[in-house]
Design a protein around this ligand. Structure first.
Ligand SMILES: [Zn+2]
Length: 103
């Protein structure tokens, strides 16, 4: 177990962050890249789950729209969904606030 949180200033381009990966996702889907071989997906369950979701969405989109490829607007919607998902994660937790227990 190496959390490796030393060296914040290291510009390690070999390691793709989740943000980098998700930014590339629409492109990867469009080019039909082999996502199962992606190094980031092998190490990141979070993004692996996201890809499974997107694959499901893409499948549904193709079923609804029997065309060769989903329209760019589909990917725009996915991008927007990712952004919203990310921003909601970085915001306050969606748990109901516990009222202070006064005595
Ligand atoms: Zn990730």
């Amino acid at each position: 177990m190496n959390k490796g949180r030393t060296g914040e200033t290291t510009t390690d381009k070999a390691i793709m962050t989740c943000a980098d990966f998700q930014e590339r996702l629409p492109e990867l889907f469009e080019t039909k890249a082999d996502l199962s071989a992606d190094e980031h997906l092998k190490t990141c369950e979070n993004c692996a789950a996201l890809v499974r979701d997107l694959e499901y969405i893409a499948q549904q989109a193709k079923l609804l729209l029997p065309i060769h490829d989903p329209s760019p607007s589909v990917w725009e919607n996915i991008r927007t969904a990712i952004r919203n998902d990310e921003s909601s994660k970085s915001g306050p937790p969606p748990l109901p606030s516990v009222p202070p227990t006064g005595v």
